[in-house]
Design a protein around this ligand. Structure first.
Ligand code: NIG
Ligand code: FE
Length: 413
């Protein structure tokens, strides 16, 4: 099946190989002027060229007139906690009384408070919850997302979350999924962290590897949760079992996770809020992506991580939603507006962070290029609701997209 998108406005394509580091001063390298057409064959972009030329060459196929609307790649959300049930809204007043994330966890809130309702939820209910969230992500332009477990926190419940996620990954016309096991997220209710750690190594991790659904492993490496030594052991055994590695590090304090991320050359080390300069430098030399999650400090009312310092030092970074019970946005355009409208980051840099850079850590199941609009790549792209591509990150609270093409199918919002 072939389709021709004609009369595109500016296309912020982000095409190229490898990480985008530093500030993109020359955005013209990544933005084509209005007037192009995109030929899509099945789920791939076959050709990009002038509208007049492609219209005369392919005159017998379905044509969609973009009427000058700008186009950006399908967004790639490289860090989400997709599957959980329950509601921790009451924690907002605890935060406003000055309780820290750790104090909230010690007083019956936090991750463990989500584990009970998630375990009590039927598979069907969790599947429906996941589907609803995938629709919401798509409405906000996400065409591919990473999805972590981490609210089962025993072997049976973690395996169950992965098998539900595997079914969701098969759904058509919704974001594709990249699945991560995050059994090492916190101590489950009624267990000490140390005994849970032993259980992870002796029982849970071998079962996850045998199940064969998760592509990656992740650990919440933070003082008060899994320490650097425990994290290293879990990651090494995960890697031996064939899993790719991701990390939560330095969300509230510099706990040494950055050096570990560099030593083990994990794919992406996320939050990385308080990571020291030497560790950032080491991560960069090791090719580790620094995955910023600005929705979390937004939700907690704290300061934002040092995006600008990373730009100035040419360290590669991505952004993601970190969708979870404590940070409930699924909108990457909103996350980008935090960067652009609160942190002086150029729209093109914010776009790189949730397209080409996040795609590098979160590959598409087809094996095709994504996070960029390029011939031969997957046909995942967003049609902005106007002629300016920058508008994709300047409408917080609204989806800036009138339509999203996902694997060659146009979904109108
Ligand atoms: O990435 N901090 C660790 N994990 C999640 C939050 C989980 C939760 O509060 O339920 C995060 O922010
Ligand atoms: Fe997270």
């Amino acid at each position: 099946m072939e389709r021709l998108l004609v009369n595109a406005g500016p296309i912020a394509h982000m095409a190229g190989k490898g990480q985008i580091t530093g500030e993109i001063f020359d955005e013209s390298k990544y933005v084509e002027e209005a007037g192009l057409a995109i030929l899509v064959a099945d789920d791939k972009i076959k050709k990009i060229g002038k509208t007049e030329e492609l219209v005369s060459e392919f005159n017998n196929i379905e044509t969609i007139d973009l009427t000058g609307k700008a186009v950006v790649p399908g967004l790639v959300d490289s860090h989400t906690h997709l599957l959980w049930s329950g509601d921790r809204s009451r924690e907002v007043s605890w935060k406003q009384k000055g309780m820290s994330y750790r104090e909230i966890a010690e007083n019956g809130g936090g991750i463990a408070a989500t584990v009970i309702p998630t375990r009590n939820c039927s598979e069907k209910e969790l599947e429906t919850i996941g589907l609803r969230r995938m629709h919401e992500a798509l409405r906000n332009g996400t065409t591919h997302m990473e999805a972590k477990t981490g609210y089962g926190l025993d072997t049976e419940s973690e395996l169950r979350l992965l098998s539900i996620a595997a079914r969701l990954a098969e759904m058509e016309n919704l974001p594709s999924l990249d699945l991560t096991w995050l059994g090492a997220h916190a101590a489950p209710p009624g267990k000490s962290l140390d005994s849970y750690y032993e259980e992870i190594l002796s029982e849970q991790l071998p079962a996850i590897i045998e199940q064969g659904i998760a592509r990656s492993a992740d650990v919440f490496c933070e003082p008060g949760w899994f320490n650097v030594e425990q994290t290293e052991e879990i990651l090494k055994q995960s890697r031996n079992g064939g899993l790719d590695l991701r990390l939560h590090i330095d969300e509230f304090t510099d706990g040494g996770g950055g050096s570990l991320a560099a030593d083990l050359k994990v794919t992406t080390a996320d939050h990385a809020h308080y990571t020291n300069k030497d560790a950032r430098e080491a991560m960069s030399s090791a090719g580790v992506m620094c995955g910023f999650l600005p929705g979390t400090p937004y939700a907690m009312g704290s300061q934002f991580p040092p995006f600008k310092e990373c730009m100035e030092n040419n360290w590669a970074w991505s952004i993601a939603s970190d969708f979870n019970p404590n940070c409930r946005t699924q909108s990457l355009p909103f996350i980008a507006s935090i960067l652009v409208q609160r942190n002086e980051i150029p729209p093109i840099t914010a776009l790189a962070a949730c397209t080409r850079n996040s795609a590098l850590t979160t590959p598409h199941p087809s094996g095709l290029e994504h996070g960029q609009i390029v011939e031969g790549g997957i046909a995942n792209l967003n049609i902005v609701n106007g002629p300016w591509w920058e508008a994709w990150c300047l409408q917080p609270g609204h989806s800036p997209f009138v339509a999203t093409m996902i694997e060659g199918e146009m979904i109108y919002h």
